[in-house]
Design a protein around this ligand. Structure first.
Ligand code: IPE
Ligand code: MG
Length: 224
C-alpha cells in the first residue's frame, strides 16, 4: 500500500492526512475483497524499514493502527474476517500488541476472509529468523541438517500454514517488492497499479483481478 505521502503532498496536506485516507482505502479494499470472493488478503501496512521514518510519523502510524483496530474490529468480525498479524509485533507498544492479540483471538473462528496485516514486516528478517530456528533445532539435535527442505523453511516463516499469494499488487506506480513476501511470492503474478493508495478501491481491485485472470500461470512447467 504505497502513495499516502504523495496523495497528501499533492493536496498540500500533512502526511498524516494521507495515512488517514489510506486507512479508509483499507476498509474499502477489504469490503471489495469480500465482494469478489477473495479468501486471503495480505496488507503490507508497515515494513521493518518504516521504523527509520521520523519519530512523529511513526507515532502517527502507530496511533492510526491503534485507532483502526479499536474502531473497525467489531465490524470486521461481523463480516466474517479472520485477522492475523505477521512481522516483529514485539516492536510495537504493549497496548497495541495486546489489541492485536485480542483481535486475532476474537476472530479466530471466522473464515470468510483471511486478512493478514504485515506490521514491522521484512522478508529478509523473516528468512533470517527461520534460518536461526533451523540452526538451533539442528544444534539441539531435534532436526537433521541434511534433511532441511523447502517445507521446513516455509514452516518456520510467519506465514506457516498459509497459502502462497497468487497475486501481488503494488500501488502508486512503484515497481519494487520492497522486502515483501520474497519467499512466498516466488510464483505470484505481479500487478503494478498507478494509483495512490488513498485513492484505491473496488474498481482498482476489480481491474487487478481481471488482469490476473488473463495471465497464464505455469509454475515453471511447459505451456500445455
Ligand atoms: C504508504 O505510503 C504507507 C506506509 C508506508 C505506512 P507512503 O507513506 O510510503 O507514501 P509515499 O510513498 O511517501 O507517497
Ligand atoms: Mg512509499
Amino acid at each position: 500500500m504505497d502513495g499516502n505521502g504523495r496523495w497528501a503532498a499533492s493536496r498540500h496536506l500533512p502526511r498524516l492526512a494521507g495515512h488517514r485516507e489510506g486507512a479508509r482505502a483499507v476498509r474499502r479494499t477489504i469490503e471489495a475483497a469480500i465482494h469478489h470472493g477473495v479468501a486471503w488478503l495480505t496488507l503490507y501496512a508497515f515494513s521493518s524499514e518504516n521504523w527509520r521514518r521520523p519519530a512523529e510519523e511513526v507515532l502517527d502510524l502507530t496511533g492510526l493502527l491503534r485507532a483502526y483496530i479499536r474502531s473497525e474490529l467489531a465490524e470486521l468480525a461481523a463480516a466474517g474476517v479472520r485477522l492475523r498479524v505477521i512481522g516483529e509485533r514485539e516492536r510495537f507498544p504493549a497496548d497495541v500488541q495486546a489489541d492485536l492479540a485480542a483481535a486475532e483471538a476474537d476472530t479466530a473462528g471466522n473464515a470468510r476472509l483471511n486478512l493478514t496485516v504485515a506490521l514491522s514486516y521484512g522478508s529478509r528478517a523473516e528468512l533470517a529468523a527461520a534460518a536461526r530456528r533451523i540452526a538451533f533445532e539442528a544444534e539441539a539435535g531435534t532436526l537433521d541438517a541434511a534433511r532441511v527442505d523447502e517445507a521446513m523453511v516455509a514452516g518456520r516463516l510467519y506465514t506457516a500454514g498459509m497459502p502462497d499469494p497468487d497475486l501481488l499488487i503494488r500501488t502508486s506506480g512503484e515497481q519494487r517488492l520492497s522486502n515483501f513476501l520474497l519467499w512466498q511470492a516466488a510464483y505470484a503474478e505481479l500487478v503494478f497499479q498507478d494509483v495512490l493508495w488513498p485513492d484505491y478501491g473496488e474498481p482498482h481491485l476489480a481491474a487487478a483481478l481481471a488482469d490476473y485472470a488473463r495471465r497464464e500461470r505455469r509454475f515453471g512447467a511447459r505451456p500445455g
